[in-house]
Design a protein around this ligand. Structure first.
Ligand code: PMP
Length: 414
């Protein structure tokens, strides 16, 4: 892979931009390995949001005064920056939402409820996050459409033969996760979008775990819709993105109504504003958009290829170290280009919640639970797993601390 010989990230320098990583609990410095849930925010992003509140805080779109004009320009520019970052054609294709979940609901309400009918199939994968799984399940129930799931094989990869069987002329949309937040699997999303298009179906990709850690080009993937969240990519909470091809967005009905999204309103009728504003009613996440813009600048400065390389290396290291323990069950593909920067596992004989609580005694932050993939955990035959997930500021030493702390759990539960 071309990206495997890049200069490494200067992790020590990066860490200095995250004061939170200096925090100590009971005299132990925090080891933050819960990045798939939310990443930490560098000073550059906090400063950009602080500058907004300190110097040009105002509502957007409506104002004639200077502050509102400045806030509006910066808010609109944030759309342009996101478009450029993911290879979209322009701001018309970038809708800001609250998070990935709301982006998926927007699509499900605007497109799903209006377009799906009995006989249609929504094709998901067994590794979907509840954000899409539950949403499509509900929309299917209300419209009479069917839901089908592409199987995950024993290695934690999608069974693409099964995908080719399932996706047919009845398929209305294929909704697939780009990088699984539980298995770490990087899915062949371009192949899935091509299969969908071959059968006249749309393709939605959940990129919540992909955009933060690898270069993503929605045009190359040929996704019709693509979603992700600011808070998982060094940005703030409260902002997510739904990308959509302009021609498709043009045809969709809004699902939230109100001010800011209209062109003309009479007592009888209303018409909608241009894209993307027709999908952004009410006061939008302005400070968050400024923060997301700053986060993208910050990430691109590090280099998305180098970020991917760093996380692949850490995940492969963690996978190998944990596998070498002999009593750790790991889920998903081995470390390498098929795995994003996270590893989910169980220590034999210890419940994931107990293990995670023991790791917390060492001030190691990981996540225990089903990671919003309950049906996948059912399939794996476990109620929960412990997930360590990495970002640009994590080190091999932190992985070593995690592995060493497993001994405490063994002693307690042996
Ligand atoms: N999809 C995936 C793959 C995720 O990992 C997450 C977050 N865990 C989501 C969707 C939902 O993201 P958010 O909570 O920001 O809406």
């Amino acid at each position: 892979m071309s990206h495997q010989n890049l200069e490494s990230l200067d992790v020590e320098a990066i860490r200095e931009e995250f004061p939170i990583l200096e925090r100590e609990f009971d005299g132990q410095q925090v080891v933050y390995l819960d990045n798939a849930a939310t990443t930490q925010t560098p000073d550059a992003v906090v400063d950009a949001m602080s500058e907004y509140y300190r110097t040009y805080n105002a509502n957007v779109h409506r104002g004639i005064h200077h502050l509102s004009q400045e806030a509006s320009i910066r808010y609109e520019e944030a759309h342009d920056r996101v478009a450029e970052f993911i290879g979209a054609d322009g701001r018309e294709e970038i809708v800001f939402t609250k998070n990935t979940t709301e982006a998926e609901n927007l699509l499900a309400y605007s497109w799903g409820l209006n377009e799906l009918e009995p006989g249609d199939t929504v094709v998901l994968t067994e590794m979907e996050h509840h954000a899409s799984l539950v949403t499509w399940q509900q929309v299917a129930k209300r419209t009479g459409a069917d839901v089908a799931y592409v199987r995950v094989d024993d290695d934690g990869r999608l069974d693409m033969d099964h995908a080719r069987e399932l996706i047919d002329d009845e398929t209305a949309i294929v909704s697939a996760v780009h990088v699984s937040n539980t298995l770490g699997t990087v899915n062949p999303v371009s192949e899935l979008t091509e299969l969908a298009h071959d059968h006249g179906a749309l393709a939605f990709i959940d990129g919540a775990q992909a955009v933060p850690n690898r270069p993503v080009d929605v045009g190359e993937i040929d996704a019709d819709f693509y979603a992700f969240s600011g808070h998982k990519m060094a940005g703030p909470t409260g902002i997510g993105v739904l990308y959509g091809k302009e021609a498709l967005f043009e045809e969709l009905e809004p699902y939230l109504y109100g001010g800011g999204m209209i062109r003309k309103v009479t007592f009888e009728e209303s018409t909608w504003a241009d894209l993307p504003w027709k999908f952004e009613p009410g006061t939008p996440p302005i400070a968050e958009a400024v923060g997301l813009h700053a986060a993208i600048d910050w990430l691109e400065d590090l280099g998305m290829d180098r970020i991917r390389q760093h996380e692949e290396e850490l995940a492969a290291y963690a996978y190998d170290q944990l596998a070498a323990e002999g009593d750790v069950d790991l889920y998903g593909p081995e470390g390498g280009p098929d795995r994003g920067g996270l590893v989910s596992f169980n220590l034999e004989g210890v419940h994931a919640h107990d293990l995670t609580s023991i790791l917390n005694d060492h001030t190691i932050a990981v996540r225990a639970g089903d990671h919003c993939t309950q049906p996948l955990h059912d399939k794996l035959g476990v109620p929960a797993s412990t997930r360590a997930s990495f970002y640009v500021y994590n080190t091999r030493e932190e992985v070593d601390k995690l592995v060493a702390a497993l001994d405490d759990a063994r002693q307690l539960f042996a």
